[in-house]
Design a binder for this molecule. Structure first.
Ligand SMILES: [Mn+2]
Length: 349
């Protein structure tokens, strides 16, 4: 059995475009601190597999390069890197320019290479320009060994298929590119994306981290290990009569550490956005407040008119009055959406 760490998509020095310039700078600094927590999680393993996109672009800050080098040198295990589409292996890549230390091996070619290690055969390839099918005609060379493949790949660049994975003879396929955690199995092969190491926007919500894998010929145990970091969270809150109180009640105790998108929803005459914003300012690392409330009085609005709107509202109201509870909910939603559409408001679902 071997025990290894599988991580990917650090995206160091990402722009954090959703934050103010000061907060974005702070977050880039924090990315470097996260590396030391990452290194701690890599103690006590046989291998570290990094499946690309460690850098967000080809010109990371020097401080970032130094932080990553320090991270690598504090890890006892050998580290293998398969560069990704954000940090492709080519002549002006930091992977070429810098000396990453003796325990770091970087795959350099857009073709699968085999490295024979004491506990396993490790295969890997770099992303250089994309446009190939890494697993086409691939099969491991020695099925009696533990076989691992490290690869940064996505459907739009270097597609792989479930059938190719199933025919690969691999025990574990360590992937990068997809920023959410995914662990899947064929009859024989476990293939996984650990997700990104830290969130950078509301499309990367929740806890982020790495996979710790214990692999033998008969078993594969994967454990997700979160790396403490600021999270992105989306919170939908029924505004109710007192939107400030509703939002404060919905926020978890550790909200100050994290980036929040708070969506105010439901019927509400006045969502009191400035007051909500003021109340939340010190309760979140960053706040993106979205108003999706709809006015109470807008229900059946225009029903008295002698217009198309009036006719539709009368029809809906009569169905509402005779409908079951479930139908009434649907009719209310329909009436609200119709009202929004006819008034040219943004439709809130
Ligand atoms: Mn990526």
């Amino acid at each position: 059995m071997i025990k290894f760490i599988h991580a990917a998509d650090f995206h160091l020095d990402a722009a954090f475009t959703g934050l103010s310039p000061e907060l974005a700078k702070q977050r880039r600094g924090e990315q470097r601190e996260i590396l030391s927590r990452f290194a701690l999680a890599c103690q006590d393993c046989d291998l570290v597999l990094l499946a690309g996109d460690l850098f967000d672009g080809k010109n990371p800050y020097l401080d970032t390069i130094e932080a990553l080098k320090a991270c690598f040198s504090s890890i006892a295990a050998p580290i293998y890197i398969a560069p990704g589409n954000h940090d492709p292996y080519n002549e002006d890549s930091p992977y070429v320019r810098e000396d990453w230390g003796e325990n770091v091996h970087i795959f350099t070619k857009q073709e699968i290479e085999r490295i024979q290690l004491p506990g396993c055969d490790l295969y890997g390839a770099a992303y250089t320009q994309g446009g190939w099918e890494p697993l086409r005609d691939f099969h491991v060379q020695d099925e009696s060994r533990l076989n691992l493949l490290l690869l940064h790949t996505g459907a739009e660049y270097n597609p792989i298929t479930a059938e190719q994975i199933a025919n690969s003879g691999l025990d574990y396929l360590a992937l990068g590119h997809v920023h959410s955690l995914q662990v899947q199995k064929t009859d024989y092969t476990t293939y996984a994306y650990p997700g990104c190491l830290m969130g950078r926007g509301f499309d990367e919500c929740g806890k982020k981290g790495l996979l710790e894998v214990q692999l033998s010929k008969v078993n594969c145990d994967t454990e997700f290990i979160p790396i403490e970091s600021r999270r992105y969270e989306i919170l939908t809150v029924e505004a109710g009569e007192d939107p400030v109180a509703s939002v404060l009640e919905a926020l978890p105790a550790d909200s100050r550490e994290h980036c929040y998108r708070v969506i105010l929803s439901g019927p509400c005459e006045d969502p009191k956005l400035p007051a909500v914003e003021e109340a939340l300012r010190d309760r979140c690392f960053s706040l993106d407040l979205v108003d999706q409330t709809h006015g109470i009085r807008r229900q059946w609005e225009g029903i008295e008119e002698d217009t198309l709107r009036g006719e539709i509202m009368k029809e809906l109201k009569s169905r509402y009055d005779q409908g079951s509870e479930e139908e009434q909910q649907r009719i209310l939603t329909a009436a609200r959406i119709l009202g929004d559409l006819m008034d040219g408001r943004e439709v809130s679902l």
